[in-house]
Design a protein around this ligand. Structure first.
Ligand code: AMP
Ligand code: TRP
Length: 325
């Protein structure tokens, strides 16, 4: 299968990004043709600093490699380096009803969060995302739960394009995990863990062992004393149990048994050890890659070339079907 997914070069990656998306990316690269994109054009829709954008692109590329994306197996590239994304995005604009975009949850959330900067790109964001995937005729898109609505739009637009201009695109399927698709904030377990929130609400992939331990020990928990998985009554402990389960391979039921009679503090201490240990090789790999700038640039360049070949072929077909050549 051809797999496509993207990540914004905004802040550091956190374990929500990892458990919801990147972990799937890593597994999929074994038996599929995988294309992973650093979506810098999407990142321009919220306030950012042009001076640090290149640094963030580099850091995000290194982060996904440190977390297990293998450039020998997968294509890794930067969205703005393949011009066809913007071109296909424009063409898809002409078949997208505005109403579909105005009802998108992410658009509504970001318009509230960035009241001073409700730009057309923010509204148009899912159309560019559709272009990202369809440009490569991606068949499946591994993402976290928050992207479900955007993938639904991709399917709608693929159908619409095919009806208007003839069979061209398959409708891409979303790959959203049953567990881990929505990791919650350590500070407010009713909200998803988000890169743009305060640092102590996220465990970043390259946090020091001390920071990881501090953040977990001070994570918001619930009233009561028992370590039990119950999303409505105990959202804080349930989120921590889910993280524990996904990183240790034990089920939440097994963990409940293991921690019978133990208090939240003991449970958190044990979780901190599991997280620190799991992320240790990530930290090591990241440090190593940070010193290999030329190598990382070379990977992105090769990725660009490979992506371009596919993108240009699709664009030739699309231009022809739309009467542009
Ligand atoms: P972003 O941080 O918005 O660039 O997201 C990159 C990927 O991580 C997307 O597939 C998101 O759906 C996923 N993701 C982001 N936050 C979370 C979270 N808290 N839990 C699970 N997946 C997430
Ligand atoms: N919108 C996605 C996010 O915020 C990132 C993204 C851009 C993406 N283009 C994509 C994800 C294409 C999957 C496929 O996480």
């Amino acid at each position: 299968m051809r797999i496509f997914s993207g990540i914004q070069p905004t802040n550091q990656l956190h374990i929500g990004n990892y458990l919801g998306a990147i972990k799937q990316w890593v597994q999929l690269q074994k038996d599929n043709e995988c294309i992973y994109c650093i979506v810098d054009l999407h990142a321009l829709t919220i306030p950012y600093d042009p001076k640090t954008l290149q640094q963030k692109i580099k850091e995000t590329s290194i982060a996904i490699m440190a977390a297990g994306i293998d450039p020998e197996k997968s294509i890794i590239f930067v969205q703005s380096q393949v011009k066809e994304h913007a071109e296909l995005g424009w063409l898809f604009n002409t078949i997208t009803p505005i109403g579909e975009l105005e009802r998108m949850t992410q658009y509504k959330d970001k318009s509230k969060k960035f009241k001073e900067n409700i730009n057309a790109g923010l509204l148009d964001y899912p159309v560019l995302q559709t272009a990202d995937v369809l440009l490569y005729k991606g068949e499946a898109v591994p993402v976290g739960k928050d992207q479900e609505q955007h993938i639904e739009l991709m399917r709608t637009l693929a159908r619409k394009f095919n009806q208007k201009f003839g069979q061209t695109f398959k409708e891409p399927a979303s790959m959203i995990l049953k567990e881990g698709a929505k990791i919650m904030s350590l500070v407010d377990p009713k909200k998803k863990m988000s890169k743009s929130d305060e640092a102590k609400s996220c465990i970043f992939l390259f946090d020091s062992p001390e920071d990881i331990t501090k953040k977990i020990m001070s994570a918001t928990t619930d009233s009561g004393k028992e370590v039990k998985y119950n999303l409505t009554k105990k959202p804080g402990i349930s989120n921590l149990l889910m993280i524990y389960s996904l990183l240790s391979g034990k089920t939440t039921q097994d963990l409940e048994k293991e921690f019978v009679g133990k208090n939240y503090g003991e449970f958190k201490k044990s979780l901190a050890q599991v997280v620190v240990q799991y992320l240790e090789p990530f930290r090591r790999k990241q440090k190593e890659l940070m010193t290999r700038e030329v190598y990382v640039q070379e990977i992105l360049k090769q990725g660009q070339h490979k992506a371009q070949v596919i993108a240009q072929e699709t664009m030739r077909e699309v231009r022809e079907k739309m009467g542009l050549i």
